[in-house]
Design a protein around this ligand. Sequence first.
Ligand code: NAD
Ligand code: 6OD
Length: 484
Amino acid sequence: MSAELDLWIQGAPRPARGSERFANTNPATGELISEVARARAEDVADAVSAAKAALPAWRSTSVAERADILDAIADGIEADLDGFAEAESRDTGKPISLARSIDIPRAIANFRFFAGAVRHDETGFHRMDHAINYTLRKPLGVVGLITPWNLPLYLLTWKTAPALAMGNTLVAKPSELTPSTASRMAEVMKGAGLPDGVFNIVHGFGAECGEALVSHDDVSAISFTGGTQTGARVAATAAPRFKKLSLELGGKNSTLVFADVDLDEAVQGAVRAGFTNQGQVCLCGSRVLIERPIYEAFRERFIAGVRAMEVGDPRDPATRIGSLVSADHRSKVESYIALAREEGGHILTGGARPALPAPLDRGAFLEPTVVDGLAPDCRTSTEEIFGPVVTLHPFDTEEEAIAIANGTQYGLAASVWTRDLERAHRVSAQLDTGMVWVNTWLMRDLRVPFGGVKASGVGREGGKYSLGFFSESVNICVKLGGDR
Ligand code: NAD
Ligand code: 6OD
C-alpha cells in the first residue's frame, strides 16, 4: 500500500506546483512506500515566503510560549513513538529496535532539552567604568535546514528545536531518501500549537531543491548536515551571499585500543562503534587501531562479536543489522570492499550479500565486513565508506597510533580505550578531532560542543552552541551618568 506524501507549507500538505513526484521505497524490500511531491525552486520560494510571513509574529512570542510548544511537540512525538519508529525503519532499512530505542527517543529529547535550555538561557552583561553593556539575542530570520538520511528525525530535530527556540522560522529539506518522519512531525507540530508557516518542508533533490534553498535571498542562514563534498558545494553557494553557515560533515573515525584494556569490554565497544546503524553513523569507528601485543586476541574476539550480530528483517526486534539505505549506496560500499582486496586487504568476515528470504532478497543488505592487512594510509583505510566495513590495524607506540588516527582529511570523532588515566588524557588531547570518547562511544550529553575539524565541518552544535548559531548577538552599550 503506497500513499502520497506532500510538501508542508503554511501549516498544510500541498503537492509541488509542477505536480511531479518521486518514489520513496523501502530499501529492505524494494516496496514502494509513497509517491513524494518533488519540490523545485518555485516551491522552495513558496515555503520561504510562508516562513517570512510567519516571522514577525513568531519572533515576538515569549521564550516561555516557545518552550511550551517545544515540550508539546515532544509529547506529541512520544505519544506516537511506535508510528514514528516504524516509519523511520521503513524509510531507512534500519532495525526497528534501533529506531525505537535511539532515533525517536533522541528526537523527543532534542525538543525537551532545548525547551529547558532556552528557558534557562542567559546573555552577557559587561560593566565598564562609565557604561554597561548587555547582549541581546535576536533571531536570524528564515533559516534553511538540510539533513541526511542516516538519522533522519534525530538530526532534523537537533536543528529544528534550537532554531524554533530562538524565534526563527524554518524551511526544512530532509533527505529525498527518507522523507516520511519529517512530514509526520509537521502534523504533530500543528497539533502542538505551532503557528502555520513557522515550520515548512520541501521534499526533493539536492540540485533542484536544496540548492534553491541555499541560494534564496530571503534565507539568512543554512544549517547543513551531510557529506563533505556536498558541504563544500553548499558553502560555495552560501558564502558570496553572506549567509551564516553551520556544516556537520563526514568522518573516518578511529577506535584506539591499548594493550591494558579489559578486552571483552573494548571489543564490545568497538563492535558497537563500527556497526551501529549498519556503519552509517558519521561517528562510527570504521578503523580500529590495536596495540600489537593484543592484536591477535582482539581480532579473534572482534570477528566473533561481528559474526554474532543478527542480519535480517528490520521489523524483527532481534535484528542488529538491517538494510543499507539504498541499492546505490550498497554498490558504493561494495566498491570499497573490492578496493580493499586490490589494496592487499584480507576479508576476515563478511564481504558479501547475505542470503535472505523474499521479500528481503530484494533489499540492500550487506554482511558486516572486517578487513585487515591494509596499510593505514591506503584509500580504504582513510576514505569515508559509511557502511558496515571496519578495518583493523596494529600499532607499536602511542605516537604511531596518534599519527595513524590523525592521518586522514577528516577530524570528527575518536574513541580511546585504555585503563591508564594519564594516557587517556594525553592521547585525547593530541587527536585532531572535534570529539573524543574514552572507554565508551556515542555517549551524548546534549550540552557539550558537537562537531568536527578539518574536512568534517565548521561550527559546533549542542546546548549554548546551537542557541548561539541560531541567533544574532547584539551588544547594547549604555553610558552611565554621574561619577562611577
Ligand atoms: P549528502 O551530502 O548526499 O546529502 C545531505 C543533504 O544535502 C540531503 O538532504 C541532500 O538532498 C542535500 N543536498 C545534496 N546536494 C545539495 C546541494 N547541492 N545543495 C543543497 N543541498 C544538497 O549526504 P547523505 O548521503 O544524505 O548523508 C551521508 C553523509 O552525511 C556522510 O558523509 C556522513 O558522514 C554525513 N553526516 C555527517 C553528520 C555529522 O554530524 N557530522 C551526521 C550525519 C551524516
Ligand atoms: O548525537 C548527535 O547530536 C549527533 N549530531 C549525531 C550525529 C551523528 C551522525 O551520523
